[in-house]
Design a protein around this ligand. Structure first.
Ligand SMILES: NC(=O)c1ccc[n+]([C@@H]2O[C@H](COP(=O)([O-])OP(=O)(O)OC[C@H]3O[C@@H](n4cnc5c(N)ncnc54)[C@H](OP(=O)(O)O)[C@@H]3O)[C@@H](O)[C@H]2O)c1
Length: 232
């Protein structure tokens, strides 16, 4: 029997990351689903119980640089078919460059832009050549050309993520890998709020489909959960 494909989801405890974990499992993948506090990741442990041997729940707080830099070395000899760098935060409630403190902007930029790139770079040697996909949960709010104003700090963090992802892609070119920056839609999660129009399971189904579709593409695109190309 062929081995299951293996996905790593970073930030899988709730919201989009949890729904993507469920979607990968439903499609027959095995999943490494990281959580910043595995002891409280009850849904992930329930999935591990109902899918014996197919789900592991390692600890990773992406704001802990030492843990971040150690994480790739904890992977053993696993070869990853897909990686989704999903952990993200919305930033300070005032949302304003005129009000932000150095600590607030540092935390927002580290979580949303620096940590995913730092981890992706460290994980690259463990991603399956040719078919492997490294995906980032970005946002249309990270598009400079589609910027309609508001949420300026969060937008800047996702624009920085897009820019860093493109830089990483340039660095990796010729090494038979695929990168994709994904917009999940405006999704009903703790971050998106209950009035968001896209149910989390619909977003997750679209994101996983997009990741599967990009396998072997060996390009870096900015796509939404329906597969539509977005402007940078
Ligand atoms: N919802 C939307 O409409 C929307 C739209 C565009 C993009 N996005 C992006 O989609 C991603 C997921 O968002 P969501 O809506 O699912 O948000 P959410 O419900 O607030 O979940 C955020 C997830 O990120 C994890 N996380 C945050 N900081 C972390 C850290 N330092 N270390 C490890 N994990 C951390 C959280 O872990 P804990 O459970 O431990 O807190 C949680 O699992 C984010 O990158 C977000 O920017 C969301």
């Amino acid at each position: 029997m062929a081995a299951h494909r293996l996905a790593l989801i970073v930030g899988a405890n709730r919201g989009i990351g949890l729904a993507v974990t469920k979607e990968f499992l439903a499609r027959g993948w095995d999943v490494i689903a990281s959580a910043r506090d595995p002891e409280r990741a009850t849904e992930l442990h329930r999935l591990a119980t109902s899918h014996p041997g197919r789900v592991s729940v390692p600890r990773l707080d992406v704001n802990d640089p030492a843990a971040l830099d150690r994480f790739a070395d904890t992977m053993g000899d696993h070869v990853l078919d897909a990686v989704l760098l999903n952990a993200g935060v919305s930033g300070p409630g005032h949302r304003s460059a005129s009000a932000v403190t150095e600590a607030e902007i540092g935390a927002l930029m580290f979580t949303n832009a620096i940590a995913p790139i730092r981890l992706a770079r460290a994980l690259m040697p463990r991603v399956r050549p040719d078919s492997g996909v490294v995906a980032f949960t970005s946002s249309v709010m990270g598009s400079v050309s589609a910027n309609a104003g508001g949420h300026e700090l969060y937008r800047a963090s996702k624009a920085a993520l897009n820019s860093l992802a493109r830089g990483l892609w340039t660095e990796m070119r010729g090494r038979n890998l695929t990168l994709v920056s994904l917009h999940p839609g405006w999704v009903a999660t703790d971050m998106g709020g209950s009035s968001a129009p896209v149910p989390v399971n619909d977003s997750a189904a679209g994101l996983v489909h997009a990741i599967e579709q990009q396998s072997g593409a060996q390009e870096h695109r900015f796509l939404d959960y329906t597969g539509k190309e977005l402007p940078w």
